[in-house]
Design a protein around this ligand. Structure first.
Ligand SMILES: [Zn+2]
Length: 222
């Protein structure tokens, strides 16, 4: 490149509008390319940022495998970015096509995006293993804090985990389609965990989630 003209060098800079684009390892032009295997089984002394990224990516895998394949949809998962120390208000749009192809994700507001490979059959793969009969579902609207509390539940079985990670973003709220049986089961999990939660603040969040779900269960479509 020693014989590149100054003009060529200048036009190269202007294509990125004078902004220096940092490309940390694992990113291609700002896109985060991740192999899920690299984020599993992190040790206790893994630095916080790496652990938070692992949590973010595993939640994306859970959402993408809990929801339908073939179409991109906006999950209730919040964006991880904090431009100017303010949380980006965006939500994760996820797209899963088929096993063997990476899961794609992008923020609904900022330009954060990436792909995740080797998600198949991981602990976060929530795809149904068998066909189930379609039951009537009703859509319920729940506050964002409740959706976050539900994602933090420790004792969920796979069916309930799938319910929680299928929650979609909708006009600043989270929205969830559930059958009455699903909802009752989820409420049971929340109640059990609230009873066993020693931390008072977490218990209050769970109690609020319990109340919101119980209200929603009584007034579907409201
Ligand atoms: Zn964002």
């Amino acid at each position: 490149m020693s014989n590149a003209t100054p003009q060529a060098a200048r036009s190269k800079l202007t294509t990125v509008s004078g902004v220096r684009v940092a490309s940390p390892p694992g990113t291609v032009l700002g896109m985060l390319v991740a192999d899920l295997n690299h984020f599993l089984d992190m040790s206790e002394d893994t630095p916080g940022p790496a652990r938070r990224l692992a949590g973010h990516l595993s939640n994306i895998v859970r959402a993408a495998t809990a929801g339908d394949a073939g179409t991109a949809w906006e999950s209730a998962l919040p964006c991880r970015r904090r431009p100017a120390n303010r949380r980006c208000p965006g939500r994760m749009i996820v797209l899963r096509t088929e096993a063997g192809a990476p899961i794609r994700w992008q923020c609904s507001v900022c330009d954060d995006e990436g792909v995740i490979s080797n998600w198949e059959d991981s602990a976060f793969d929530l795809r149904r293993r068998q066909l189930t009969l379609a039951e009537p579902v009703s859509e319920i609207v729940i506050p964002d804090e409740v959706a976050a509390a539900l994602r933090g539940l420790q004792l969920l079985d796979t069916d309930c985990e799938r319910l929680v990670f299928r929650i979609r973003a909708h006009n600043g709220h989270a929205i969830r389609a559930a059958t009455d049986g699903d909802l009752d089961e989820l409420i049971g999990f929340v109640a059990a965990e609230a009873n066993n939660e020693p931390n008072r603040r977490r218990q209050q969040r769970l109690d609020a989630a319990f109340d919101a779900l119980s209200t929603a269960a009584q007034t579907p479509d409201g």
